[in-house]
Write a protein that binds this ligand. Structure first.
Ligand code: NAD
Ligand code: GLY
Length: 372
């Protein structure tokens, strides 16, 4: 294989590299050795990923005589739970894990968020490495240190900022990922262009189909540009006091759509974010911030990959404007009927709009739902 692309997340004493390339799993042992004080590592995965790629990871580690002690949780969002967090921590304690052992998250965003939180809690913090296996995890969730589980009160409400020591994004692992999951990850790639990179939008207009089809150069570039964008923002604002909120473009709308589906598989996180970004662009037009042609162009980039940009045609639901606006009130930042939204003054010109009026957002959603 060719040398991996390397993106550095500059966070002082907690800085780390993201390595991107096809076939990196075979080198997992060599890449992890600098962080491992023992000849064994702990690996949390899900049953699907472990079944497909567990042997290859073990072989990559065995090249450096590293043994993997593994735990495979059920696949799916329900694994981001108190119960699974307890199971992972008990399993680590049962196996005598210490702070200087390495814990690897080998899976998508679900495994990454759960394992990262377990790593932060285990003896007040053990070494943590991310090996993301979905497109969404390679371009977003494995980078930046947000970890969480869901509770009965909502999604991601219990978590910690805890950075990995290394991220290994083997794009070859994406070949087994269903197309629907690839499209969901693609939404987060488009997000980086919409935030502040109009040239990347132009590139995606030409190369987006190749990215979703996993053409080698296209996927390597898309993952690298996305990780660079996220690393740049996280380095400036690790704990989301300011500009990191831009990474939530489309997420306030998206989370309400996920909530309307009980966070189930009728609507994947990335699909909800894709529709949410289309809504954010059109709400920007309605607020007189952006011209309609730019918003349509942004929506076309999403729709070209098969993502749904029309709320009235979105799978799942049913969706009702009042319920969606009500769900938005659960946003941690709602004050006096006003909610901060990430809106845009153009393609690549996203900004934090501090106070959108929820009553107006509800009217907007009614109009969107009424479209034929
Ligand atoms: P996921 O982890 O549930 O993975 C999706 C599905 O793909 C699962 O069924 C999984 O088993 C399967 N899968 C994973 N890799 C595979 C592969 N290589 N081949 C075949 N199947 C594979 O979902 P996701 O989309 O990766 O992550 C969504 C989660 O990430 C959500 O919980 C979301 O809240 C979280 N998230 C976190 C952050 C963050 O910054 N921490 C950012 C975005 C999303
Ligand atoms: N996915 C949003 C963030 O990492 O901040």
């Amino acid at each position: 294989m060719t040398d991996p692309r390397k993106v550095r997340v500059e966070l002082g004493a907690r800085a780390y590299d993201i390595l991107i390339g096809e076939g990196l799993l075979a080198q997992a042992g060599k890449l992890i050795v600098p962080f491992a004080k023992r000849q064994r590592v702990f690996v949390v995965s899900d049953e699907t990923v472990w079944g497909l790629h567990g042997e290859a990871l073990q072989a990559g580690l065995a090249n450096e005589q590293i043994e993997a002690v593994s735990l495979a949780a059920p696949a799916g969002e329900q694994t981001k739970s108190w119960a699974q967090l307890g199971s992972v921590l008990d399993w680590l304690l049962d196996n005598g894990a210490g702070r200087d052992d390495v814990l690897i998250a080998f899976g998508g965003g679900v495994v990454g968020d759960l394992t990262g939180l377990a790593a932060s809690l285990m003896k007040r913090g053990m070494s943590f490495v991310q090996i993301p296996t979905t497109l969404l995890a390679q371009v977003d969730s494995s980078v930046g240190g947000k970890t969480a589980v869901n509770t009965g009160h909502g999604k991601n409400l219990v978590g910690a900022f805890y950075q990995p020591r290394l991220v290994i994004a083997d794009t070859g692992l994406l070949k087994t990922l269903p197309e629907r999951e690839r499209r969901a990850g693609y939404a987060e790639i488009v997000k980086y262009g919409l935030i502040d990179d109009p040239e990347f939008i132009e590139w995606l207009e030409v190369n987006g189909a190749d990215v979703v089809a996993l053409q080698a150069d296209a996927i390597a570039k898309a993952v690298a540009v996305s990780c660079e964008a996220k690393a740049r923002i996280v380095a400036q604002d690790e704990r989301e006091g300011g500009i990191r909120a831009l990474l939530n473009l489309g997420h306030t709308f998206g989370h309400t759509l996920e909530a309307a589906n009980g966070y189930g598989s009728a609507l994947l996180h990335g699909e909800a974010v894709g529709t949410g970004m289309a809504l954010a662009l059109r709400y920007s037009v309605r607020a007189g911030l952006m011209n309609g042609q730019d918003a349509e162009r942004g929506c076309r980039v999403l729709a070209a990959s098969g993502l749904q940009t029309e709320l009235s045609k979105l799978d799942g639901g049913p969706y009702e404007a009042g319920d969606l606006a009500e769900a938005m009130k659960q946003d941690k930042k709602v004050r006096n009927g006003r909610v901060p939204l990430i809106l845009a003054r153009g393609l690549g010109k996203a900004f934090i709009y501090p106070e959108a009026d929820l009553a107006d957002v509800k009217l907007f959603l009614q109009e969107e739902l009424g479209k034929s």
